[in-house]
Design a binder for this molecule. Structure first.
Ligand SMILES: Nc1ncnc2c1ncn2[C@@H]1O[C@H](COP(=O)(O)OP(=O)(O)OP(=O)(O)O)[C@@H](O)[C@H]1O
Ligand SMILES: [Mg+2]
Length: 206
């Protein structure tokens, strides 16, 4: 019996997380896993309301960080812990690493504070595997523009904000190579899926 796993997808806006997430879940299901797919911020009734506000409304960095954790608390309580407890795999589009990268490195919230909130909320429930879709800020921006997507508040941040977010993700990955798998997001979607198939075979051997 393969142990169920909590898997998170991370990376800057436009890195390719959503392009592969449902497919990844389907591949796991095809191997017999029960899978819950979810996202942050969001994933619950309150979380989705807060997500809309976070992406749309101007607010202080402190409010952003606290709302992210409020949303995470609901999400852990209502979705992540119950799903893992009943034997589902959980695939989550962004989790606490995004708070370190965006609110921490991007906006200057202290790592100590994020550590404290993360430990308080989910020291018992950490991702087993984190896929970091790594791509240059230029490539990600070009992809989002060609998609015709209007930028949300994080995407429209100015200056080197997104570069700091990318660098923070790479530093997180370097600090925990056991948990992180870096996916070269500049490769074609087909190439990326080949890599993901290898990973799925490793995580869920038949
Ligand atoms: N490897 C790739 N090659 C070419 N285009 C890609 C690749 N991966 C994703 N794209 C395109 O880039 C755009 C952004 O991808 P996607 O929505 O998956 O990113 P994301 O990481 O989920 O972004 P966000 O954080 O903003 O939700 C989409 O138009 C997608 O089709
Ligand atoms: Mg996405």
């Amino acid at each position: 019996m393969v142990k169920t796993k909590f898997i998170t997808f991370e990376g800057i806006d436009g890195a390719g997380k959503s392009s592969h997430l449902s497919w990844f879940a389907e591949m796991l299901r095809a191997r017999g896993a029960r899978v819950t797919v979810t996202r942050e911020p969001g994933g619950t009734h309150l979380g989705e309301i807060w997500r809309e506000q976070l992406l749309r409304d101007k607010m202080t960095t402190e409010s952003q960080a606290l709302l992210m954790f409020a949303s995470r608390s609901e999400h852990l309580d209502q979705v992540i812990r119950p799903s893992l407890a009943r034997g589902d795999w959980v695939i989550c589009d962004r989790f606490t690493d995004a708070t370190y990268a965006y609110q921490g490195s991007g906006h200057g919230v202290s790592t100590d504070l994020i550590d404290t909130l993360a430990t308080w909320l989910h020291s018992d429930c950490m991702p087993d595997v984190t896929l970091l879709f790594d791509v240059s800020v230029e490539t990600a921006r070009r992809r989002l523009l060609s998609e015709g997507r209007s930028p949300d508040r994080f995407e429209s941040e100015q200056g080197d904000f997104m570069q700091r977010v990318r660098d923070a993700y790479l530093a997180l990955a370097a600090s925990d190579p056991q948990r992180y798998r870096i996916i070269d997001g500049a490769r074609t979607k087909e190439d990326i899926r080949e890599k993901l198939v290898d990973l799925i075979e490793e995580l869920f051997p038949l």
